[in-house]
Design a protein around this ligand. Sequence first.
Ligand SMILES: Cc1cc2nc3c(=O)[nH]c(=O)nc-3n(C[C@H](O)[C@H](O)[C@H](O)COP(=O)(O)OP(=O)(O)OC[C@H]3O[C@@H](n4cnc5c(N)ncnc54)[C@H](O)[C@@H]3O)c2cc1C
Length: 433
Amino acid sequence: MSSSKPAPIAIVGGGPCGLTLARLLERAGIDYVVFERDVSPQGTARFQGGTLDLSAEGGQAALNAAGLSAEFEKLARYESSTIFIQDWQGKNQLSEGGGESDRPEIDRLQLRQILLDSIPAHRVRWNKSLSSVERINAKKTQTQSKSSSPADWLLHFNDGSTESGFRLIVGSDGGWSKLRQLITSAKPQYSGKMFIEGCISLDNPEWDAAFKMVGAGNSIAMGNGLSLAVQQMSDRSYRVYMGVEASPEFTRPGGDADVNDMPKARETINRLYSNWAPHLRGFVAGAEGPWRPWLLHRMNQEIYLPDALRNDGKVDEKSWTRTPGVVLLGDAAHVTTPNGEGVNDAMNDAKLLFEHITAELANDAGQVYDAEIDSATLERAIVAYEGQMRPHAYEMIQDSINFEDMMYKEDGPQRMQVLFHSKEEQNEASKKH
Ligand SMILES: Cc1cc2nc3c(=O)[nH]c(=O)nc-3n(C[C@H](O)[C@H](O)[C@H](O)COP(=O)(O)OP(=O)(O)OC[C@H]3O[C@@H](n4cnc5c(N)ncnc54)[C@H](O)[C@@H]3O)c2cc1C
């Protein structure tokens, strides 16, 4: 069936990345709809993770392109960008960032709200969890053309509903993306490390100690195979992240730190940190439940190599296939273990894709709308976007592997200082060019 105007773009996942793209499309007058798993904007408020620092060239640049810098500045916590670093014995202390730092913090839910407030409410379909994707028109595509078009895909949701007939399908559905399988069979791999998240509320006896050590910023302690991050949120409570190396079963029912059995989990975790400096141990012992485990996963770096660099030429779990009409952004495209860049890269992906889409559409301006020509136009934009996204993803995954290694080692503080300074130098150099 042909149409005289383009169908909407489907954005699956309303996280920082999907909503940034939604806002950019909104401003450009391009039709779209967001399908989001959460039941409402507050859906999983307790566990949206801690605060996010937005870099000038990442999250802040994306918000600027989206016309949202002023809204961000109202909530940005520049005073929170100091990070206090020490080893597990409380030695080798140092502070980085702060002052003129261009990486202010914002709570994840606040960032989401800024983006949601910037688009009409009807654009987001809540409680729409994508469960699978089915190829329709398979016969047509097999006989007439080898490639698919976005209209060939039927989206199935957990509530039993289906949706189809889109102009483009964007997968911004996070690390466990249901759309990724259309591009690669690779899945995120468990790094062997996890964070267990707890909280220190304002009435917690440990709050004063946290305030004295961390203030409005962040802190990280590391060594002896463990790490401990304490960071202040906008309501002045603290999030505590206990970083342990363990199998995924560790925090699951029956595991040594089963988070559904808090006394057992506490006993195990207190024992792990028992030889840490007393002031650090106190935050572990005082971290309020319920605790939330974040198993840290990352994609295999090799899938981001240019095809030419793959010396075996096989299509396997390391392959990245262009599936016309489908594009991945953010964690769906390249989830990494935390290195402080995840949200910045995700929002930058949205900006990058949008720039390529609008540049390509501008070339077709003035022509009568034709669905096939439009698909080819969007495909050129996606190819250009992936040409930039994939090499960057390769670098970021390497960066996160280095970061991960450092986070649990005795010499972590010194290595982190070197890393911060080399990043500062890189930023200075890129500003000069
Ligand atoms: C413990 C932890 C701490 C972190 N700290 C930082 C940090 O300090 N700085 C930083 O830059 N990054 C940090 N990150 C990484 C950062 O959170 C992610 O890189 C970033 O959120 C990616 O954004 P996204 O929009 O691509 O995906 P997400 O934020 O994961 O958003 C995906 C959205 O899609 C929705 N969704 C998922 N599945 C479906 C489905 N099937 N159907 C419909 N909707 C779906 C989700 O509900 C969600 O709204 C951290 C990550 C972790 C685990």
